[in-house]
Design a protein around this ligand. Structure first.
Ligand code: DOR
Ligand code: ZN
Length: 346
């Protein structure tokens, strides 16, 4: 039986760090175990220009513990008025690693997002020329489309047409939640990869809705039926280099989650690696975990692997994680996988 596991220091290819007191409260949770993370730009107001990204990067650096071995990989929030030259210059100077496309209204703080991809083609063409990756929140916002179908409809009506029109654009289909998402990535010959969250490997929609509503399991894209979860587990544990970890760890204070209109987001930074080791062990795939957390992402983004390692140890007694992280903006509930965790980063 394997009791210790040493991995190249993992990266998180999709993370929400927020700002101010929330940032200061939760940044150490990721910096403890991760080397880098793609930082989501959906602040209020969003991180739209290179100047915004520079300021936000500096605030993140200031919020990290002084001995942190962590580098934020900044992104810009794509709007219909984004200046292609600003994006290209920000990438050329090493300030940003990607651009994020939110369909307007799809999720938290996405109102300034894209209504029609036709309106951002000049930016996307400039990005394709310069080799700048596009991270996509892949859900349609049409109120006539059922929320559980929004990812599959997006693939057919937005993502596939976009990729046919601009095959040179390097795309990351973020936090996929469906069999269709997995199949679409596997059908692509190049320039498409996907991130998968920790929680979508563990929960299906029953976890949110059966036996009372569980707001801390609500996120977007919302967890789907069990067969979709199984498809995600198969993809993540396959070792296919097109799938890698993006936790989408997204803190909201407990009052904002436990509300008549609760915010979307699961906060998993604190115990994500313990959860993943449990999942990969369950699937007989502990030998694949490092590819998922530490190798496939840098390879797709064209970045070097981290040069340090972390070690996980399996202990007989369950690991005790805090139920909440205290922040200056209130308590944030840590993801509860619903089973005891025995793996611990030492
Ligand atoms: O659940 C989510 N929370 N999904 C998103 O796309 C945004 C995120 C957030 O910012 O809270
Ligand atoms: Zn997100």
């Amino acid at each position: 039986m394997t009791n210790t596991l040493t991995l190249i220091r993992p990266d998180d290819w999709h993370l929400h760090l927020r700002d101010g007191d929330m940032l200061r409260g939760i940044a150490p949770e990721t910096a403890r175990d991760f080397g880098r993370a793609i930082i989501m730009p959906n602040l209020v107001p969003p991180v739209v220009t290179a100047a915004d990204a520079r300021g936000y990067r500096d605030r993140i650096m200031a919020a990290l513990p002084t001995d942190a071995d962590f580098k934020p990989l900044m992104t810009l929030y794509l709007t219909e008025t984004t200046d292609p030259a600003d994006v290209v210059a920000a990438h050329a100077e090493g300030l940003i690693s990607a651009v994020k496309l939110y369909p307007a209204g799809a999720t938290t703080n996405s109102d300034s997002g894209v209504r029609d991809t036709v309106n951002v083609m000049p930016v996307l063409e400039a990005m394709a020329d310069a080799g700048i990756p596009l991270c996509i929140h892949g859900e349609v916002t049409d109120s006539a489309v059922d929320i559980f179908d929004r990812e599959a409809v997006f693939i057919n009506t937005v993502l596939d047409p976009l990729r046919r029109r601009l095959p040179e654009l390097k795309v990351i289909s973020e936090h996929i939640t469906t069999q269709e998402g997995v199949d679409y990535v596997m059908s692509a010959r190049e320039n498409l990869a996907a991130t998968i969250t920790t929680h979508h490997l563990i929960i299906n929609r029953n976890h949110i809705l059966v036996g009372g509503i569980k707001p801390h399991y609500y996120c977007l894209p919302v967890a789907k039926r069990e067969h979709h979860r199984l498809a995600l587990r198969a993809a993540a544990t396959s070792g296919d280099p097109r799938f890698f970890l993006g936790t989408d760890s997204a803190p909201h204070s407990d009052p904002n989650k436990e509300s008549a209109c609760g915010c979307a987001g699961v906060f998993s930074a604190t115990n994500t690696l313990s959860c993943l080791a449990h999942v990969f062990e369950d699937e007989g795939a502990l030998d694949i975990l490092e590819a998922f957390t530490s190798k496939n992402g840098p390879a797709y983004y064209g970045l070097p692997l981290n040069t340090t390692t972390i070690t996980l140890q399996k202990q007989a007694n369950p690991v005790r994680f805090p139920a909440h992280i205290e922040t200056g903006e209130g308590k944030v509930t840590v993801f509860d996988p619903g089973f005891p965790l025995h793996w611990r980063v030492i």
